[in-house]
Design a protein around this ligand. Structure first.
Ligand SMILES: *Cc1c(COP(=O)(O)O)cnc(C)c1O
Length: 424
């Protein structure tokens, strides 16, 4: 076959070539400089993204099934399947699927009737939602520091903040590594009115001494945001330990109505009963999510494998590169949400991120401590110092980590970061 070339355009400025465009009988092909270079040299330098939202393969099938079923709103068949799966995994009284983890935390604040005059203790080193959900109900916030070992809330710091105004303590299992759950339980045993809440956005399927994360608190929340282990773009869940809380939560989740009881045939009409909002997830999103949750074992195994590979490659060079790696306490199992390292100083960390980005490897720092943030100060009655949060926030860097990451990607990340640190 013979195709004639109609035109060829070289787009350039005085110093460099931008792209080359070929026109072949009505078809147009455009090569950028990078792809041209790659074609000519055969030398392809991969770009490693920080996160790639995971998919399992069955999302299309289930979303299509949801579309055909005609049930797209909240409380649909896929939402029910997701909550049943999570309820069985956690052996709790109830699971409500929500539009986000933030929503699940807001629902928690409503269920506890948090109001002005109440204090809630949250870690300083966490995402804003952990604190925001309570602040918007009028709560006064107190920020506890974190401990270096797990990056979770520091029990001694919590103890120093407790008084009669405290209604709840929220903990986070950072990176999927269990926080000091035993220490928290021992401390709170002396304060029976203080409720423990787990913001378990990182810790789904992680374990502490054989017990699932998310089963220690009276309430625990999950996130299915695209950056999490299991995702549907935006999504979340509230896990509830007691039957009583579950019954009220079913009203609050559904615009304050007892529609759930009506659908179950327990009442003959439904009406407005209580406070609440529209917290429920659409069944289209639940369908997408279910495709991933049903493959939890596979997805978690792939992520555990990535953690193991990072460790294996980084442990031998960590002393030379002045990096410290995370550690998982004995008898604990991480949920493998992310992989982070600590550098010696903020300057080293910032340089590592920018140099690696220049070489196509995308890393990220993490939370700016809430106690030092503008809103954090506004919503708090005490001017707190959280030295570990401040220190860790300056030196922590998260490495690329996502379920579909391949072993050669991990090799490449470690190779690039090793080169960058050695030559800096
Ligand atoms: C992601 C995250 C949230 C918020 O989750 P959304 O589902 O986006 O609302 C809350 N807390 C922590 C610790 C998180 O990592």
């Amino acid at each position: 076959m013979h195709i004639s070339l109609e035109s060829i355009i070289f787009s350039h400025d005085n110093t460099s070539l931008h792209f080359v465009e070929f026109r072949l009988v009505g078809l147009c092909f455009k090569l950028t400089l990078t792809s041209l270079n790659e074609c000519l040299t055969g030398n392809v330098s991969p770009v490693i993204r920080f996160n790639v939202p995971s998919t399992s393969g069955n999302e299309h099938t289930y979303v299509e099934q949801a579309m055909r079923s005609g049930y797209l709103a909240s409380g649909g068949p896929f939402s029910t399947r997701c909550s049943q799966l999570l309820q069985e995994a956690h052996e709790c009284a109830g699971v409500l699927m929500t539009t986000s983890c933030t929503d699940a935390l807001e629902l928690t604040a409503l269920l506890l009737d948090i109001a002005p005059g109440d204090t809630v203790i949250v870690p300083s080193f966490t995402f804003t939602s952990t604190a925001l959900a309570f602040a918007r109900q009028g709560a006064n916030l107190r920020f506890a520091d974190i401990e270096r070992r797990t990056m979770g809330i520091d029990v001694e710091s919590v103890a120093a903040l407790l008084d009669d105004s405290v209604r709840a303590v929220v903990c986070v299992h950072y990176a999927g590594i269990p926080c000091d759950v035993d220490g928290l339980r021992d401390l709170l045993a002396e304060f029976p009115k203080v409720v423990l809440i787990e913001d378990n956005a990182h810790g789904l399927f992680g374990e502490h001494k054989g017990q699932k994360l998310g089963t220690f608190g009276r309430f625990s929340t999950l996130s299915f945001h695209e950056t999490k282990n299991f995702q549907c773009g935006e999504g979340g869940a509230l896990l509830i330990r007691s039957e009583d809380d579950t019954e009220r939560a079913q009203v609050l989740v559904d615009k304050g109505t007892n529609r759930k009881a009506f659908l179950l045939g327990n009442v003959d009409k439904y009406s407005w009963r209580d406070t609440g909002s529209s917290f429920g997830i659409s069944d289209l999103q639940a369908a997408f999510l279910y495709a991933q949750l049903e493959r939890a074992t596979e997805i978690q195994a792939a992520r555990a494998n990535l953690t193991a590979m990072y460790r294996e490659r980084l442990e031998p060079v960590a002393p030379e590169l002045n990096l410290s790696l995370p550690s998982v306490p004995d008898s604990c199992r991480s949920a493998h949400h992310m992989f982070y390292v600590l550098t010696t100083t903020q300057a080293v960390r910032d340089n590592l991120i920018s140099e690696c980005k220049g070489r196509g490897v995308n890393m990220a720092f993490h939370y700016v401590p809430l106690h030092s943030s503008e809103a954090g100060r506004r919503f708090s009655d005490t001017d707190q110092d959280c030295p570990v949060s401040t220190d860790v926030s300056a030196r922590l860097v998260r490495l690329p980590f996502y379920t579909s990451m391949r072993s050669q990607d991990v090799e490449h990340v470690v190779q690039v970061m090793t080169e960058v640190i050695r030559t800096s």
